[in-house]
Structures are given as C-alpha cells and as structure tokens.
Design a protein around this ligand. Structure first.
Ligand code: GLC
Length: 643
C-alpha cells in the first residue's frame, strides 16, 4: 500500500468527475457481446431482455457503495485474487459457529488466526419455518434469517471481514424456492404470472414422461420429482424436498429476478456466490435434466451482468456431476472463461476417502488424470468434508481401468465408512440408501470417518495417532492441490460426529446433521495445547496453512498433474510452476513406504526442501515416508523466491 500522503496527492490531482459513468460504459462495452449472445441463445423470443436487464444493472450500479466500487477496481487489477496460494477458505453455519452474525463478527480473530481469507457462511437468507433443508429452502432472498440478524448486520459483517482481507461467500439457491416464497404463494393462489415461474401440471401426463429419465435425489424422504399441490390443484416440479419448488428458468422474468437478487446481495458485500444445485436449473424431456447447455448460457449472462456492475464478485458452481460434465461449469468451448470462476472438486474428496480405505492410490491416479485441464483463469474449491453426504462418485470406466468393479468398490466404500467392513477404522451413517441403484451415500465428520471416534472410544493411543495422521494427510492433499482449500468448521479441531441431531425434530430424518455440529469453544480454547487431540490437530492444520501460503507453486493457474507411482500406496502429484517444480508425495498407508529416489532427482529435486516441515531433504536411492507421510518438495533455491 502506498502511504497516506501519496494517496492524498493522487486524489487531489483528480477532481470529482464522471469516472463512475466511464467505468460502467467501459465494462458494458467489454461484456456486451457475452451478455447478448447468451441471452439470445436462451431467450430468442425476448429481444427486449437486454434492455430490461440494463435497467436493473444501472439501478444496482447507482446503489453500489463507494468502498465496494474501490474493491471492484482493486480486483480488476488483480483478477487472480481467488487463485492465490494464500487464499484459505473456511465454511460454517453462522449460528452453529457463533450464535448469529454479530457473533461471527466477534470471532473474526479466530478466523484470522487460522489464516482464513475466504468465509463461506452457510445458508442465512430467510428460509421457510420448520424443515428447510439446512436453509436451502429460501422464503426471502432480501432478508436475513431472523435469529441471525438483519441485512444491515450482514453488510456490517462483510465490511469487517474485508478489513481483515476475508471475502464473504453466500449460497445463491437458484434451482428452487421454498413453497412459502412470495412467488410460490401467488402461484398457489392461482396467479398465472407466477405459475409461469414454476413447472406446474394439471395431471401426471407430462410429469410421468419426465420421470422416465429423472434420477431421485432424496429417495428416502422425498421420492419422485413432482409433488401434488392441493391449493393450486397442480403437480409441481420438486427435485429435492416437496417444499422446494423448482423454478422455470425458461421464463425470462425468473432470470431478471435473480439478476436483481445477485446485484442486491453484491451491494451488501457478498464477494462469492455459491450457485447451489446449478446443474438442475434447465429441464429437457428425455434427459436427466442436469447439465443442459442452457445452464451455461444463463451463467454467462448472469456473470456478465455482475462483471459490469460489481466486478469484485466471483461465482462458484456447486455442480456435483461427472468430470466430463463438470468442466463446462468452468467454461468449455464458447463459454471458456466466461462462466463460474470456481467449482467444487468433488472427485478429489471422494478419491481421498477411497484411497484411505483401500490404502491404494491407483484408482485415484486414473480418476484424476482423466480430468481435463481447467481454464487458467479459474480454480477448484477442494475439501475433505463439507455439509453434505459423500456420494461414491466413482465411474465404472475409471474403476475398470484400475482393475476394479465400480459397483463392488462403491459397495466396499459404503460398508467401510458405515463402520460395517471388517477391520474398518471409520464410523459413519448411511444416507439415502437406494435399493434400486445400490447407491448408499455416507454421512459423518472427517474425524469420525478417519477413525478418531473409534480410537478414542477404545482408548487406543496408537489408533488416535493414526487417525490424526490420516486427517492431516487428507488436508495436505487438499491444501497442496492449488485452488481454494475449504476447511469445514470443526475440521481444524478434529470434531467428531454429533448424534444430537436425532433429538431435533426438524433434523432427525436427515442424518447429514451428524456432521454439522455446533462449534465447541471449550475444545477450541485448548487449541494451543498439543497434549490434546484438538491441539495436535489445530497445530497440524495451522502448519499446513502456513506452508501453503508460503508456496507460490500452489497458485491455481498451474495444474496438479498425476504421476504414475511405482508404489500403489504412494500418490505423486507434480506442479510445474515457472519458479520450479513442486512434487507432492503422499503415503496413503499406515506403514512406512518408499518410492525410488530418481523420481525426485529427475526433477532437479535431489537436494530439496519439504515445504511442510521446512526441512532439507537429501534424496538418496529411496525416498522414504513414514505412515501417512506427506512431502511438498521444491528445489532449495525456490524457497526464497516470491512470485
Ligand atoms: C445442494 C446443497 C444441499 C441441498 C441441495 C438442495 O446440493 O449442498 O445441502 O440439500 O443443494 O438445495
């Protein structure tokens, strides 16, 4: 930062003029084609849409607060702000972390201590009362959940976070609204304008035709994809729960509503929008109604609007889909670099748990090497655990290439993490068993799935050590991958499963709440005491974060490339950065393992430094790793360089 006097001199040299107007104009010129092409592709019969959208954008631009306009300029100058190695994400429910928004504000120092630069607060816009799918059934996008605070509190919190260099991510639920949302209420009352916001049918003819090719998301508590609504006398499309009404994005009014909502929230200081269940927003008969091309054109149009009004904003796609579909969310073909800036790397998470169970990395190698490169202006969001269940997204083709049966391996993983497989270390719960497809997803906290719960129960000190090492290995892979690593609240303290959800009426049926605990601040107080489990975990995670922020090779423009490992227990990832090569070496077994030393020598890493421990490593004939050992090796001379 230049000093205050210099800034003052610069300011005085420029009287107030119409720079704001000029900024808008220039950005509009820059993004006009992206905007109009996308709108034309999706809404060809609505030539007035760009003009209607312009009105929305101008209104929002006039309202944009001065400090956020400065942030816009700053981020335009550093468009890679979310790709940097020092971006560390933390994900939590405001109430479960600290009571309410004011509580979060009071705990910013905890986030700073961890090194957080990005905070995802789980759904906090006003949901329907009662069951609401963890807040993903929104009743009002312009109000905050009453017990958390107000919109004003949210704006204040975002400002406070900004002062600490932390950006704020919120969920934007755009596939559905709560059946109590004003639009749905009007539709239920028979208002034709609002019925056109949804997919409503007088009888089962069309729903039955769609059902032929639709999967079920919650077969246990919400079978089928349509719900009878007695008030309107219609079948309504409800992909998720019966109270979550899918929106009809083919209606340009729905598009405009969401453009307004995004800009409204951006003006309250939201930096990143997590586009919830984005894969589902466009419906097409005869398909599974996911990943349709219109989804990407709509994202492109929304992003262009955001870039014009609030270029500080980034989009993150929550598309838990196969790799060949996933890359489209970061932009392939004509949408290259024009859609979401970030997307979740679900496959990495699944493969980490798969390799921890099998102690074998060959399937992970196959799966990760099949991933096409992402556009260089985008980044993955990586995580070991999140608020959702783990679905065993392992394709039959990948499994076959690794010499496995996909079906049998998925069954093994469900058994293993449900705590049913002989000798398993894990303790988890089966979520949404679908006997028709054999799908058995798993709920559970990272620590319980990694063996800590069982180990503590047995009072087995060695098993406790191994569980912690497993967790730290998992975090090392996540933090060492490049992109935005997302720590899920409690991960830093090795929080166990919380079975209390069974006694909360609105949670009891949904065992994902087993891994959505309340923050245990008593345990957090012991985080600096390394004679405790939480202290060891916190120190380990903090150290990885320190290592990560000091390793420019982890900037997201560079890809992590899988090397075929001569040892099936050891994963090798390479990142070829202009500063030099980073070689990540991970032992997925509880036994000491080695890989031939020439692998390091061949990359100029014979005399290396391990960024995690900070120690020099002189690689001889064999590079040996302790149980669950992890190394981030770079040449010693790279260590002092900054990018
Ligand atoms: C996303 C959320 C999940 C929710 C679903 C429906 O997948 O992560 O928790 O149930 O969307 O909104």
């Amino acid at each position: 930062m230049p000093d205050a006097q210099i800034l003052e001199l610069i300011r005085e040299a420029f009287p107030d003029d119409d720079r704001d107007l000029e900024a808008f104009q220039l950005r509009y010129e820059r993004y006009e084609t992206q905007l109009t092409d996308a709108l034309q592709a999706v809404y060809p019969d609505h030539p007035d849409l760009p003009r209607r959208l312009l009105e929305v954008m101008l209104h929002a631009y006039h309202e944009r607060p001065a400090d956020l306009r400065r942030l816009d300029q700053r981020r335009l100058l550093s468009p890679d702000w979310f790709q940097k190695e020092d971006v560390i994400g933390y994900v939590c429910y405001a109430d479960r972390f600290a009571g309410d928004l004011a509580g979060v504000e009071a705990h910013v120092s905890y986030l700073e201590e961890l090194g957080t630069r990005y905070l995802h607060l789980m759904p906090l816009l006003r949901p329907r009362a009662g069951e609401n799918d963890g807040g993903y059934a929104v009743q009002d996008y312009r109000e905050v959940r009453e017990d958390l605070g107000t919109m004003r509190d949210l704006a204040r919190l975002s400002k406070r976070l900004r002062e600490s260099g932390i950006s704020l991510c919120l969920d934007l639920v755009l596939n559905h609204v709560a059946q109590e949302h004003e639009w749905a209420e009007k539709a239920r009352a028979g208002d034709a304008r609002y019925q056109a916001y949804f997919h409503m049918y007088e009888d089962r003819t069309v729903p039955d035709q769609y059902e032929r090719t639709l999967p079920e998301i919650f077969p246990d508590f919400a079978p089928g994809n349509f719900t009878w609504d007695a008030a309107s006398g219609r079948w309504v499309w409800t992909t998720f729960n019966s109270y979550q009404w899918d929106l009809n994005w083919a209606n340009p009014d729905v598009f405009l509503e969401f453009a307004q909502i995004i800009l409204f929230l951006a003006n309250r200081g939201v930096d990143v929008f997590r586009l919830d269940a984005i894969a589902f927003i466009w419906k097409r008969m005869g398909t599974n109604c996911q990943n349709q091309p219109e989804v990407h054109a709509i994202t492109q149009a929304l992003r262009a609007a955001a870039r014009i009004v609030a270029p500080a904003v980034a989009f993150k796609a929550e598309a838990i889909v196969a790799p060949e579909d996933l890359l489209f969310y970061l932009g392939r073909g004509a949408h290259h670099g024009k859609v979401s800036d970030l997307a979740y790397h679900n496959s990495l998470m699944v493969q980490i748990w798969s390799s921890l169970a099998s102690r074998d990395v060959r399937l992970m190698e196959v799966a990760l090497s099949a991933f096409p490169h992402k556009p260089t202006n985008t980044a993955w969001g990586m995580y070991l655990r999140c608020h959702d269940d783990i679905g065993w997204a392992i394709s039959d083709a990948d499994a076959a290439r690794a010499g496995l049966s996909g079906e049998a391996h998925r069954r093994f993983l469900s058994d293993f993490y449900a705590g049913e497989f002989p000798g398993t270390f894990a303790r988890g719960l089966v979520f949404q068993h679908n006997p028709r497809t054999g799908d058995r997803r798993i709920s559970g906290s990272g620590a319980s799935l990694a063996g800590l719960e069982v180990a503590l129960e047995r009072g087995d000190a060695r098993a406790v050590d191994l569980a912690l090492e497993r967790l730290l290995l998992g975090h090392a892979v996540v933090l060492g991958f490049g992109g935005v690593p997302l720590l899920y609240m409690g991960d830093e303290l090795a929080s166990l499963n919380d079975y209390g959800f069974e006694h909360e009426p609105t949670h009891a049926a949904d065992n994902r709440w087993v891994h959505r605990p309340r923050m245990d601040w008593e345990r957090a107080k012991r985080r600096h005491d390394v004679t405790t489990v939480e202290g060891l975990m916190f120190a380990g995670v903090r150290n990885l974060i320190r290592a990560r922020t000091g390793t420019p090779h982890l900037h997201a423009t560079v890809e992590s490339r899988v090397l075929t490992s001569p040892n099936p227990h050891v994963l090798l990832l390479e990142r070829e950065h202009p500063l030099g090569t980073l070689l990540c070496v991970y032992n997925f077994s509880e036994h000491e393992q080695g890989v031939p030393g020439w692998l390091a020598h061949a990359r100029g890493l014979g005399a290396a430094v391990d960024r995690i421990s900070g120690e020099h490593v002189d690689v001889g004939e064999t590079l040996t790793l302790p149980p669950y050992g992890r190394l981030w090796l770079t040449a010693r001379e790279d260590a002092s360089n900054r990018w």
